[in-house]
Design a binder for this molecule. Structure first.
Ligand code: NI
Length: 250
């Protein structure tokens, strides 16, 4: 069930049977010469949208599609928030959803650079609840889509070398499966990109001239992407169900 394609009475009725909502979250940033700028928000969105087709109890909120991408700002098309803006926005999304009665907010993440700031935003929300003495039961969860059960192992089998950490063949394969009309190609030099630290934007571009980090995106195929989506969507349904069923202690 997609929140954006539902009406308020439908969400009110949904809340009678579930208090759990999934928010795909990512980033709009360069992904090398052939990766789509939307890769990091598209991957969790593709997986969550696929999963909700198979489970009537999975409610998917709109995608939070701008994240922590300051280090990619040396490449045209990247849009970034600062950590403080990002955390404030996550807080307001959660406060809005919690105000309607959602007590379990599950973020399916597609960008490693978001992780620390998402966790910090959760800490702010928990602190607010603690200082206000609010009732127990409200919980947020962060899950990277590649950490869903079985997904990392499948990606390792599909791409034993050249996976890397940015503009990876696994994430590009997922977008190729969902958007076959937007598949791009290029002659990569070197074939596997260099790895290195992540600092500010000019440093990043100097270390990673075409935007890739340790990856060979030429290994991506739509078929491999389809396998990853199928495995991730199944695991997402199970993980969200387990999160929703967690009872408050005591
Ligand atoms: Ni990415």
């Amino acid at each position: 069930m997609l929140l954006a394609k539902s009406t308020w009475p439908e969400i009110e009725a949904f809340l009678q049977r579930s208090k759990t909502v999934v928010v795909p979250i990512g980033s709009n940033e360069q992904h090398g010469p052939t990766g789509l700028l939307g890769t990091d928000w598209m991957c969790p969105e593709i997986i969550a949208h696929e999963a909700q087709k198979a489970s009537a109890d999975l409610l998917v909120a709109p995608t939070f599609n701008i994240g922590m991408a300051q280090h990619h700002l040396g490449f045209p098309g990247t849009i970034s928030l600062k950590p403080s803006t990002f955390m404030a926005a996550i807080g307001d999304w959660c406060r809005s959803l919690a105000g309607h009665g959602f007590t379990k907010i599950y973020f399916l993440n597609g960008h490693g650079g978001n992780v620390h700031s998402i966790e910090a935003a959760f800490s702010e929300l928990y602190a607010e609840a603690s200082f206000a003495g609010r009732p127990r039961g409200f919980a947020c969860r962060l899950k990277n889509w590649w950490d869903l059960s079985g997904v990392n192992a499948l990606a390792s089998r599909q791409f034993p070398t050249g996976h890397g950490s940015h503009a990876t063949p696994s994430e590009i394969a997922v977008t190729q499966w969902a958007y076959p009309d937007a598949i791009k190609s290029a002659d990569y030099a070197p074939k596997i990109a260099p790895s290195g630290p992540i600092r500010e934007a000019l440093d990043f571009r100097a270390r990673h001239p075409d935007g890739r980090m340790g990856s060979d995106p030429a290994l991506a195929t739509p078929e491999k992407g389809g396998e990853l989506v199928a495995m991730a969507a199944k695991a997402l349904i199970e993980d969200v169900a387990a999160f929703g069923a967690e009872a408050a202690p005591g």
